[in-house]
Write a protein that binds this ligand. Structure first.
Ligand SMILES: [Zn+2]
Length: 408
């Protein structure tokens, strides 16, 4: 047996081939969860798995699992992967890097004639992004048991289509099962920030995640004629929504660089140019490493809402959403990533993830760990998302080394 090694050109060519599915004109991708483009990406991944001799099972929420046998099939497997769905627009690497690097690890074991003691399972989680159906991290949450399947099926997109129906429509409503237990879960991902690039490091040892807050802000005014209504009578929900947008940005600035806050989306009703709108719904999100920090952000946006409602004669309601608390990954696995990177000669940095990832949902299910690699200027959820072939290969090589150690 030779030492297993990643084939960097194969990994990069897989990433580029997948990126041609749902390709956008400026270099990005649009494979929103459970669309035809997502299905096409899934079929390509399944094809590559079968080509590598890995049978694929699909569970009831559409998660895809590719199985590589171990010498002792009774042992819980090492689970490695990420997601193939994207934002709209999304990039080429957020998610696919982790799935395709995991697949390349399995091929590397084959090329080296390596038999691990534990089985290795490569996973593509359903609807990580949450861009079309909330909540995100859906497939991993269902697998880990923190989101009931029926609740996931009932989630609807803006057009009213349900997750359950869309899974059936694209042919990924499976009857198979993923591993009932796992020895550990490993996920390689681009950083989606610029800390590694600034520090000149290749491998991020992710200690955990930060506190995340998502909440809806509903602004209520009254319909009226957009031209004929006297100015003194107007109560526009859109006007009420304008102030929280700038206030949220200001709150984010006040908590930077540790924290962040902002409003990313708005729905206006009736959204008709001759009606003063009666309803505007804003999607607010924030992150902070400490729970005091995230609660301070919540208090600040709530106070801003009260102030704005008084000034505009409207009603503003904040959804009483819970904080998604910070998760700590497994310290021993973090040490293993650091050691593997050192063995391979890569510089490392310890950091926490600001964004949500499938590994957050997997952490209560089994020991979990993420590996970050740099992306250009920290840009993600954008067509401009980019990374180098050598960083992709470095991340995959570290993943493979930790995998070999954990799978025996
Ligand atoms: Zn991702």
């Amino acid at each position: 047996m030779t030492e297993p090694a990643i084939a960097p050109t194969r990994l990069w060519s897989d990433l580029m081939t997948l990126a041609s599915i749902g390709a956008l004109p400026h270099g990005g991708c649009d494979r929103l969860a459970l669309t035809d483009a997502d299905a096409a990406g899934r079929h390509l991944f399944a094809h590559w798995c079968r080509e590598a001799g890995l049978p694929v099972t699909i569970d009831a929420i559409g998660n895809m699992f590719a199985w590589r046998e171990g010498a002792d099939p009774a042992l819980p497997p090492v689970l490695i992967g990420s997601h193939l769905d994207t934002q709209q627009p999304g990039g080429r690497f957020d998610g696919p890097l982790g799935v395709l690097a995991a697949l390349e690890c399995a091929r590397a074991l084959d090329r080296a004639g390596a038999r691990t003691r534990r089985p290795v399972v490569v996973v593509n989680w359903t609807n990580e992004e949450g861009a079309r159906f909330a909540p995100g991290l859906m497939g991993a949450a269902v697998h880990a048991g923190s989101l009931p399947l029926a609740e996931a099926y009932a989630a609807t997109d803006r057009a009213g289509r349900r997750v359950g129906e869309e899974l059936r429509r694209i042919g990924f409503l499976g009857q198979g099962k993923g591993p009932l237990a796992a020895h550990c879960y490993l996920e390689l991902h681009i950083e989606q920030g610029d800390r590694l690039q600034h520090a000149g490091k290749t491998i991020g040892v992710v200690e955990g995640t930060e506190n995340n807050l998502f909440l809806l802000i509903d602004c209520w005014g009254e319909n009226a004629h957009a031209q004929a209504t006297p100015m003194r009578q107007r109560r526009s929900a859109l006007l009420a929504a304008a102030a929280p947008i700038t206030e949220a940005e200001q709150i984010g600035q006040e908590h930077a660089p540790a924290g962040s806050a902002g409003i990313a989306a708005m729905d206006v009703l009736p959204n008709n140019r001759i009606n003063i709108p009666h309803h505007a719904r804003l999607s607010f999100s924030a992150t902070h490493p400490t729970s005091d920090g995230i609660e301070a952000i919540r208090t600040a946006i709530a106070a801003a809402a009260v102030r704005v409602a008084e000034q505009t004669g409207t009603r503003i309601e904040l959804e009483p959403a819970p904080v998604r608390p910070a998760v700590d990954f497994d310290p021993a696995l973090g040490d293993a990533v650091e050691q593997a990177a050192a063995d391979l000669g890569y510089g490392t940095m310890r950091l926490r993830s600001r964004a949500g990832h499938d590994a957050i949902r997997m952490a209560p299910f089994c020991r979990s760990q993420m590996i970050f690699v740099p992306c250009e200027d920290g840009i993600s959820h954008s067509e401009r998302e980019n990374m180098t072939e050598s960083d992709a290969a470095a991340g995959a090589a570290v993943l493979l080394r930790v995998l070999c150690r954990m799978a025996g």
